[in-house]
Each structure stands twice: as C-alpha cells, then as structure tokens.
Design a protein around this ligand. Sequence first.
Ligand SMILES: [Zn+2]
Length: 72
Amino acid sequence: MLSSDEWRKRAVEAGVVRCPACDSLTVTMGACAVGTYTIYQEYLCEDCGYEFQAMFGLIGCVPRSNNEDNDA
Ligand SMILES: [Zn+2]
C-alpha cells in the first residue's frame, strides 16, 4: 500500500490516478464532495475493490476565461 505522499507524487508525475493498494489503472471515479478548502474525489479500484479518496486543496483563485474586458 502506498502512503499518501508516495501516491500523490506518482499521480502528479505520471498524470494518472492508480490504485494505492494494487497499482491498477482501472479506477472508477465516484462522488465528489466539495468543501470550502478541500475537495474529496472518491475512487473505486475495479481490480481489487479498494476504495479511496483523493483530497484536493485550495491553492488560489484565477479569473474565469469568460471574464472579457467589456470596455471596448
Ligand atoms: Zn486496486
């Protein structure tokens, strides 16, 4: 079983989510719980049945791409 830090490092480096228990790529996204500072995305591994959540944290704010400047 990967630790949270190891799992995160691999996910960021590879750009894919793998099961922390069996390293399978066959993971299905489940429900997503949005909080003020964090988002929890549920995953289910289709190979070993392990359920886990990815935790995303608030890191900043950016304008939406449709925030056009309408002064013209
Ligand atoms: Zn698995």
